[in-house]
Design a protein. Structure first.
Length: 231
């Protein structure tokens, strides 16, 4: 429901009954809305805008924030009672810069999706792009990676996404310590290992994650002498 509605409309919470509702950046929620959120979590009921009936809702809530909620509680910017309600199971997701190899693996998956969504390409990453992605600190985390990739897919020419397409400087990412070939091999090995771990050593699934054929993955595993358990 919303102000000015001319007919009865279910809100997001009611629409999510029996399912999960994701609250992104809950740290930005105003205090007045936090009070309503606390009531919802305590009573598991809602009232439609302008309505009187209490509607029971069975919804699982998952929230995320890039802010220090505990610190906000101490400073009065976030309700402590609400924090305790939403903090039953907390998962700390480290930033991309602390997860070596993840950026390239995520970028490969996103590139494939964006090529399909925008009906462009298909594109592959150039060597300098892979070096840049692996070496960049990604202060904006996955959102920054998504935005840079979307722009690159829309504006790219040729068959490859380059470091320049991504707005990244490949020369500054290696610190002069690795050749382009060595940097590419290191990035590929990390991506392959993570794909194999994510797929529990299922080469067919790992190949899909990496966006290559199974024979290509097999050749890479053999060429880099990466040992894996049998499926």
């Amino acid at each position: 429901a919303f102000t000015g509605a001319v007919k009865q409309t279910s809100g997001k919470v009611e629409q999510a009954r029996g399912g999960t509702l994701f609250l992104d950046e809950i740290g930005d929620m105003p205090l007045a809305l936090q009070a309503k959120m606390l009531r919802l979590l305590q009573n598991r009921t809602i009232q439609r805008l302008g309505g009187q009936e209490e509607i029971v809702v069975d919804v699982r809530f998952v929230s995320a924030s890039n802010r220090n909620i505990e610190g906000m509680c101490r400073e009065g910017g976030f309700r402590e009672d609400l924090f305790f309600r939403i903090n039953e199971v907390a998962i700390d997701v480290p930033p991309l810069r602390e997860r070596e190899g993840d950026a390239l693996l995520i970028a490969t998956s996103l590139l494939r999706n964006y090529c399909e969504s925008f009906r462009r390409g298909p594109y592959a990453f150039s060597q300098d792009a892979m070096v840049a992605i692996a070496g960049y600190s990604w202060p904006g985390n996955v959102r920054e990676l998504e935005n840079r990739l979307k722009r690159a897919v829309v504006l790219a020419s040729g068959t490859e996404i380059t470091a320049n397409d991504l707005g990244l400087a490949a020369t500054s990412t290696t610190g002069g310590l690795l050749t382009l070939k060595d940097a590419r091999q290191k990035a590929e090995i990390e991506a392959i290992k993570r794909a194999m771990a994510a797929s529990r050593n299922n080469q067919t699934q790992a190949a899909k994650i990496l966006g290559v054929s199974r024979p290509t993955l097999y050749n890479l595993l053999t060429g880099y002498d990466i040992k894996v358990e049998s499926e």
